[in-house]
Design a protein around this ligand. Structure first.
Ligand SMILES: [Zn+2]
Length: 53
C-alpha cells in the first residue's frame, strides 16, 4: 500500500468511484487532484462499516 493512501470502503460505490478517479488523476500526474480525492475518500461518511442493510 502506498503511503498515506486511504482505503476505499468495500461495498461503497462512492468510495470505489473516488478511488478509480484518484488512480486516473495519479496517472495524469495531477497530484493536487489526487490529494482532493484522497480527502474525499477519507472523509466520506458511512454508517457502520460501509455495509448498508
Ligand atoms: Zn464511501
Amino acid at each position: 500500500m502506498l503511503y498515506g493512501a486511504p482505503e476505499p470502503v468495500a461495498g461503497c460505490d462512492v468510495c470505489q468511484a473516488l478511488d478509480k478517479q484518484r488512480s486516473e488523476a495519479r496517472a495524469e500526474g495531477d497530484m493536487s487532484k489526487v490529494s482532493d480525492f484522497k480527502l474525499e475518500i477519507r472523509n466520506h461518511p458511512h454508517r457502520g462499516r460501509g455495509r448498508r442493510s
